[in-house]
Design a protein around this ligand. Structure first.
Ligand code: NI
Length: 171
């Protein structure tokens, strides 16, 4: 983790099509100071890019950890799982791994999530609207799924083309 870290604790964000973004993350089993330190860096990195959420794979760490910050509320998700959901919402979504690119994505309107806190205690969080969308987007990252995977192939290919231009066709 220290190799791509700068002095302020801000980590480098991987951009699509980096293959790490498509990989499955592993469960967190050890809840220690190192985990807490990493979560602080995720928040610092997310804030430095004005993001609403950031998942560990986006900084090259394949562990089930994500942070979300919206309307002055912060959330840490560790080994999160959707345990209930209802309704449907459609809205515009972006991703720090696809700078400047946005698309409409359909998601459930409300979710209940089982997650763990930094001390390894199981907790439940309920969210709706944009917060629910952010949770689901970040949880997708932990399973190697990206927001473009929710789009039709025509829309997905259009975004892939634009992403290739942003990165000069390589990463
Ligand atoms: Ni994202």
């Amino acid at each position: 983790m220290s190799e791509n870290e700068n002095v302020t604790g801000v980590l480098e964000i991987l951009h699509y099509p980096n293959p790490i973004l498509k990989k499955q993350s592993e469960e967190v089993k050890v809840f220690d100071d190192e985990l807490e330190d990493f979560v602080k860096k995720l928040f610092a990195t997310m804030r430095s890019h004005d993001g609403v959420g950031l998942a560990a794979p986006q900084v090259g760490v394949l562990k089930k950890i994500a942070v979300i910050e919206y309307e002055e509320k912060s959330y840490v998700l560790i080994n999160p799982k959707v345990v209930d959901q209802h309704g449907i919402q459609e809205g515009e979504e972006g991703c720090l791994s696809f700078p400047g690119l946005y698309a409409n994505v359909t998601r459930p309107e409300w979710v209940k999530i089982e997650t763990y806190d930094l001390h390894g205690e199981k907790t439940f969080i309920e969210a709706n609207g944009y917060t629910a969308r952010a949770f689901l987007h970040e949880m997708d990252h932990l399973n190697g799924k990206l927001f473009i995977d929710h789009l039709s192939s025509i829309k997905r290919n259009a975004i892939k083309k634009k992403a290739a231009k942003h990165t000069g066709g390589h990463f």
